[in-house]
Ligand binder design. Structure first.
Ligand SMILES: [Zn+2]
Length: 315
């Protein structure tokens, strides 16, 4: 077991994570403030086991998640579903050694190409802790269903590259709860550099059609379907900004600097606009959703947008 955490949630000013029971035995684990590397997870409590939805970015944060689950159920975590490959949702997977880890096939592929700590150049100072890359070893293409006693959980691939190339949602029809992963952000800037702007908009059409009353977003507080429209509005803003700025001969960074964020200025991690514009520009040049682009150049522009300072990260 790892060393006891000496981290004080009050010391970072973020407050403790919230465990929100969104339906009978269905919990959202919401970590403030939802900025870079500080994600949400969820868990479904059954009589003989727990299903977890995602882990956290660091050993410390994942152990706190496991403690919170342990307070709600003495049963083992037998199943873990990853919504996508990003390390804030998967780095802690190895701390659930008895769980069957399920994810989309392209989530697994992307994890295998993304070593833990690979982002340390952009985000120096994150203490990842004692965690090892542990990708899903049960993969699916379209859909897989889980049964937690009487609770039926549908895990759906969203159908196209969107936030990443392998995004899945967990839909609980009887409770009208949808865990969206990072297809929906609440209070943070949506981020589609590694997926597709157009694809993310199409994915939101799919998200909308579930008709969920309760949405557990990938970052930020539990919300309703209205938050889908905020994300969609932002993505259309990115597309419109890219069209105008590219026609005017501006680079993605220049476009980001000149753009008026308007209502989106209050979202956390505004510098993602520069990264999102890299993806939007590639799509204007004919790139297919999810095609590889120069992610390093996009992050360099996000740092430049921030005046050359490292990206704010409190993980
Ligand atoms: Zn993500």
């Amino acid at each position: 077991m790892g060393a006891p955490s000496t981290h004080d949630h009050h010391a970072d000013g973020l407050g403790a994570p919230a465990v929100v029971e969104v339906a009978d035995g269905v919990f959202a684990y919401v970590q403030p403030d939802g900025s870079w590397w500080i994600n949400n997870t969820g868990f479904l409590v059954g009589r003989s086991g727990v299903v977890a939805v995602d882990t956290c970015s660091t050993e410390r944060r994942t152990r706190a998640l496991l403690d919170a689950i342990g307070l709600r159920s003495p049963q083992p975590i037998r199943t873990l579903v990853n919504t996508h490959h990003h390390g804030d949702h998967t780095n802690g997977n190895s701390l659930l050694p008895e769980a069957t880890i399920i994810g989309h096939a392209r989530c697994r592929d992307a994890m295998l190409r993304s070593p833990i700590g690979g982002a340390s150049a952009v985000f120096p100072g994150i203490e990842w802790g004692d965690v090892e890359l542990s990708p899903p070893f049960v993969t699916f293409e379209d859909r897989i269903d889980l049964h937690v006693d009487e609770l039926h959980a549908e895990v759906h691939h969203i159908g196209m590259p969107a936030h990443t190339v392998g995004d899945a949602v967990v839909w609980l029809p009887s409770a009208s709860v949808l865990f969206t992963g990072d297809l929906v952000f609440n209070g943070g800037t949506p981020f589609v550099l590694m997926g597709s702007v157009a694809g993310a908009l199409a994915a939101l059409d799919r998200v909308r059609r579930f008709g969920a009353q309760t949405i557990v977003p990938g970052h930020g507080g539990v919300c309703g379907p209205e938050q889908i429209e905020v994300v969609a509005g932002y993505l259309r803003f990115v597309q419109a900004t890219a069209e105008q700025a590219k026609a005017a001969g501006l680079s993605p960074l220049e476009a980001a600097r000149e753009a008026d964020l308007g209502e989106y200025a209050q979202l956390l991690d505004a510098e993602r606009l520069a990264g999102n514009l890299h993806r939007a520009y590639a799509e204007l040049d004919g790139a297919a959703p999810g095609d590889p682009i120069d992610v390093g150049a996009a992050f360099a522009d996000m740092i430049a947008y921030n005046g050359g300072r490292p990206l704010r990260c409190l993980a």
